[in-house]
Design a protein around this ligand. Structure first.
Ligand code: GRG
Length: 305
C-alpha cells in the first residue's frame, strides 16, 4: 500500500486549500475583521472534514468541483466552532493550530464577530453558487441541523466540566449514565459535522440512490467521528503540546470527563476499536471503492496528533 493513501489524502487537502485561497482572495472586504477570519482559516489545520467530503465524492463518482461551496461551508463552520470554543467564556485557550488563538491575537470582540462572520459566509457560499436548487436547500437544512448538534454538544461539554467524573466508588448505574452522556456529547460535538462531510456528496445522486446510500455514509461518518474524538482524548494524554499545536490538556483542564478519564487508557482504546469496527461495517457493501475511507479508519486509530 505504501504512500498511496497518504498521498491521495494530501492531494485532497491541497485541492481544498487552493479553493480556500481563492475564496480568501475574493473576500468581500479587507477590514480587520476579515483579516482576523483569514488568520484562523489559513492558520493550518488538518482540513480533515473537506478532505473527507472530497473522498466521499470520489467514491460516489461525483466531480470534485461540484462540491466546492459545500467543502468551504463545512470548513468555515468548523473554524468558527474552534474560534468560539477557545474564547474565555468557553474553554479559555491560548493556542490553536500552532498559533495564538484568535482572541489572544486580536481581542474577544473580534473573535466573537469573526465567528459570526464565518457563519454568514458559510450560508452565503452555498446560496451564492450554481448548486442545483434542491441540493442547496437540502445542504442548508443538514448544515443547520449539524450546527444545532454542535451547539447542544458544546453546552453539554460546558455543564459536564462542573460535574465530577465517576470513579470506582460510584455505582455501576452512575458510570453507565456518565458513559451514555459522553457518547451523546461526542456524537453531537464532533461526529455531527464529520458525518455530514461524508454524507453531503450523496445529495448529487438520484433521490432513490441517496436514500439508500446516505444512511450508510452517515453511519460510517458517525462512527468515524466518534473514533476521531476517542483518539483525540487518547492523544491529549499521550502527546505533548508541540506535536498537537494546541495545549495538550486543553479538554481536561476544566475536569470534563473524557473517554480516558471514564474508561482508562485501555478502555478508551477498546472503545476506539469498537467505533472502528462499526465504521468498517457501514461501508462493507461499497467494495474496493471504499478502500481509502477504510484506510482512514486505521489512520485515525494510529494517529499521534
Ligand atoms: C455556532 C457552529 C457553531 C458552534 C458553536 C463552540 C461550539 C458551538 C462548538 C464547539 C465544538 C467543538 C470545538 C468541537 C470539537 C471538535 C474537534 C475534535 C475539533 C478538532 O478538530 P480538528 O482536529 O482541528 O480537525 P483542525 O485544527 O485540524 O481543523
Amino acid at each position: 500500500m505504501g504512500d498511496k493513501f497518504p498521498n491521495y489524502f494530501n492531494e485532497l487537502v491541497l485541492k481544498f486549500v487552493s479553493w480556500l485561497d481563492e475564496a480568501e482572495q475574493e473576500r468581500l472586504s479587507s477590514t480587520v475583521l476579515h483579516e482576523a477570519c483569514s488568520y484562523s482559516l489559513l492558520a493550518g489545520g488538518k482540513r480533515f472534514r473537506p478532505a473527507l467530503l472530497l473522498a466521499s465524492a470520489d467514491m460516489l463518482g461525483i466531480a470534485r468541483e461540484r462540491l466546492r461551496p459545500l467543502a468551504l461551508a463545512i470548513e468555515f463552520i468548523h473554524t468558527l466552532s474552534l474560534i468560539h470554543d477557545d474564547l474565555p467564556c468557553m474553554d479559555d485557550d491560548t493556542l490553536r493550530r500552532g498559533k495564538p488563538t484568535l482572541h489572544v491575537k486580536y481581542d474577544e470582540a473580534t473573535a466573537l464577530l469573526a465567528g459570526d462572520l464565518l457563519f454568514g459566509r458559510a450560508f452565503y457560499q452555498i446560496a451564492h453558487s450554481d448548486l442545483p436548487a434542491e441540493v442547496s436547500r437540502k445542504a442548508v437544512e443538514l448544515l443547520g441541523l449539524a450546527i444545532i448538534d454542535l451547539c447542544d454538544g458544546q453546552m453539554m461539554d460546558l455543564s459536564a466540566s462542573v460535574e465530577e467524573t465517576p470513579d470506582s466508588t460510584d455505582s455501576a448505574s452512575d458510570r453507565k449514565r456518565a458513559a451514555e452522556e459522553l457518547l451523546s456529547r461526542h456524537l453531537k460535538k464532533t461526529a455531527a459535522l464529520i458525518s455530514l462531510s461524508v454524507r453531503l456528496p450523496s445529495l448529487f445522486l438520484t433521490e432513490a440512490e441517496d436514500k439508500e446510500i446516505s444512511l450508510k455514509l452517515e453511519e460510517y461518518g458517525r462512527s468515524l467521528g466518534l473514533l476521531f474524538q476517542i483518539t483525540d482524548d487518547i492523544i491529549e494524554v499521550t502527546s505533548d503540546t508541540q506535536v498537537l499545536g494546541k495545549n495538550a490538556d486543553s479538554d481536561t483542564r476544566g475536569g470534563t470527563p473524557t473517554y480516558v478519564s471514564i474508561f482508562g487508557l485501555d478502555g478508551a482504546r477498546q472503545r476506539a476499536d469498537e467505533a472502528a469496527a462499526n465504521a468498517r461495517q457501514a461501508l462493507s457493501s461499497f467494495g474496493e471503492k471504499a478502500d481509502f475511507l477504510l484506510w482512514l479508519v486505521d489512520y485515525l486509530l494510529e494517529r499521534e496528533k
